[in-house]
Design a protein around this ligand. Structure first.
Ligand code: HEM
Length: 496
């Protein structure tokens, strides 16, 4: 606070400072209203590096993509964990997960990599394929029976299907404790529990940006109780009543029990954090991918054709009499058009922010110049500046489904600025050491969702001229932005 109160904060050798007009909030209000416009304006005024005084903190923004690697290279002066640990504890309400503070010796980052990548990913993909079909075909069956069109909000649909399938994939199914009940009524009870969790998730997720900004959860009564109810559902004693828990959740339970001093509710809240991380970005990313496909018939045609040809070479047939389609990791990896479509949809909707905290006073060396950075200051990247740069992506606000494909129809990796090839041009999953460990699973699950939609349903927008919803800026910095309004679409089972 002492720093923030000092009007003469700037010193020789530091990046140019943007103080804002308000003594404590500094630039926070203008930044919050539209971060992209704010940063573009400051970039024009100050150049490629500048400092913003935001809510008592000094944040140095690096806006030149050729400087990004400087941040990665000078990691020894910068801490990525503290900020993540503190944010997670604040938002989800568990004690500190920083091993330095003594509650646990678990290395969370390693747990995530071990259980979301490598061999563990194959099992996740297999479970997700089964669960998506269960949700799309059985769980939604009452609506689909008459073979007439069902009209729904596209966001509502993506949210329900991805949450239900993703929840079952990570947290397994309820064990059949009540053996008197028949199968369909057990499934109905299970479904009601998951939809209940979805309602709690949405209620809590609404105030997530406020929690990250530092507001205490008790200001938000209904979101607070929603978070507690999610915690209740994920208590170890309740998880033990479930079958087919993922390796991620099984290992995390074991490490909670063996390496931490957390009480039962704190352990549960570390699972709420995993649930949130697995859903909060995936749901809007799925929405934007399907929305852009519905608005771009040429892209839809190319995507459907690619799925069909992969299904044919896998000798999978589509039927509605209970036999599910299975596509393994290798087959899903062989879909460059879907990859390009998902990337393009995320390029247009992602607003993540990379933060590093200075461990000590140090000199940040960029390409041609250097700057003094003080201990506890934040160095940040805002990759939406990169994603919307017309020099890198011509016509940046337009969805081009083949933007990430080269002439051979393979993944395109050469993007240029000022005639120079870029190392960093696409960053919805962050970068460097803290990069999202679930990124491979995320892309696979969206592909699986699309492949199944194309296989089982006819689908169209209610109004084919509907305008693209704007991005809800309230979550800027946190990942994929949600649409500010839902869009109606209709679907029905294909006649197979
Ligand atoms: C962290 C993006 C899906 C698990 C992150 C970060 C980003 C991100 C930007 C922070 C990285 C950083 O600070 O530099 C996304 C996007 C997704 C997605 C855009 C979907 C489209 C998933 C899924 C899972 C997952 C499906 C798990 C099943 C995690 C975890 C972290 C994380 C556990 C915290 C990692 C750590 O602090 O060690 N994600 N994510 N994410 N993500 Fe994802």
């Amino acid at each position: 606070l002492a720093q923030s109160e000092s009007p003469g904060h700037w010193r020789q050798g530091e990046p140019p400072l943007e103080n804002g007009f308000l003594p404590y909030l500094g630039c926070a209000l203008k930044f919050g209203a539209n971060p992209l416009e704010f940063l573009k304006e400051k970039q024009k005024k100050h150049g490629h590096i500048f400092t913003c005084h935001v809510a008592g903190k000094y944040i140095h923004f690096l806006t030149d993509p050729f400087s990004y690697h400087a941040l990665m290279r000078q990691g020894k002066h910068l801490d990525w964990k503290k900020f993540h640990f503190a944010t997670s504890a604040k938002a989800f309400g568990h004690g500190s997960i920083d091993p330095a503070e003594g509650n646990t010796t678990e290395n969370f980052h390693q747990t995530f990599i071990r259980t979301l990548q490598g061999n563990a990913l194959d099992a996740l993909i297999e479970a997700m394929m089964e669960n998506l079909q269960y949700v799309m075909l059985q769980s939604k069956a009452p609506k689909l029976q008459s073979n007439t069109w069902v009209t729904e909000g596209l966001y509502t649909f993506c949210c329900q299907v991805m949450f239900e399938s993703g929840f079952l994939t990570l947290f397994g199914k309820e064990l059949n404790s009540n053996s008197d009940k028949n199968l369909s009524s057990k499934q109905e009870t299970e479904r009601a529990h998951i939809l209940n969790a979805l309602e709690n998730f949405k209620e809590f997720d609404k105030i997530f940006p406020a929690l990250v900004a530092g507001l205490p959860i008790h200001l938000f009564k209904s979101a607070h109780s929603a978070r507690e109810r999610l915690g209740e559902a994920l208590l170890h004693k309740n998880l033990l009543k479930r079958d087919n828990l993922s390796e991620l959740v099984t290992l995390r339970m074991f490490l909670n029990d063996t390496l931490s001093t957390f009480d039962d509710m704190e352990k549960a809240k570390t699972h709420v954090a995993v649930l949130w991380a697995s859903q909060a970005n995936t749901i809007p990313a799925t929405f934007w991918t399907l929305f852009y496909l519905l608005k771009n018939p040429e892209a839809m045609k190319a995507a459907a054709k690619e799925v069909q040809s992969v299904l044919e070479s896998a000798e999978e047939s589509i039927s509605l009499n209970g036999k599910h389609i299975s596509l393994n990791r290798k087959q899903l990896d062989n879909m460059p058009i879907l990859d390009s479509i998902i990337k393009e949809a995320m390029r247009l909707s992602s607003a993540s922010m990379t933060f590093r905290v200075a461990k000590e006073d140090f000199t940040l060396h960029l390409e041609d110049d250097f700057y003094n950075i003080r201990k506890d200051d934040i160095v940040a990247l805002y990759p939406q500046l990169l994603h919307f740069d017309p020099e890198i992506y011509a016509d940046p606000l337009t969805f081009k489904y083949d933007r990430f494909l080269n002439e051979k129809g393979e993944e395109k990796t050469d993007f240029y600025r000022n005639g120079r090839k870029l190392k960093y041009y696409y960053m919805p999953f962050g970068t460097g050491i803290a990069k999202c460990p679930g990124r491979l699973f995320a892309v696979h699950e969206i592909k699986q969702f699309l492949a199944l939609i194309f296989s089982y349903f006819e689908i169209e927008l209610v109004d084919s001229n509907v305008k693209c919803p704007s991005l809800d800026q309230s979550r800027a910095g946190l990942g994929i932005l949600q649409p500010s309004n839902d869009v109606d679409f209709r679907y029905r089972l294909k006649r197979l």
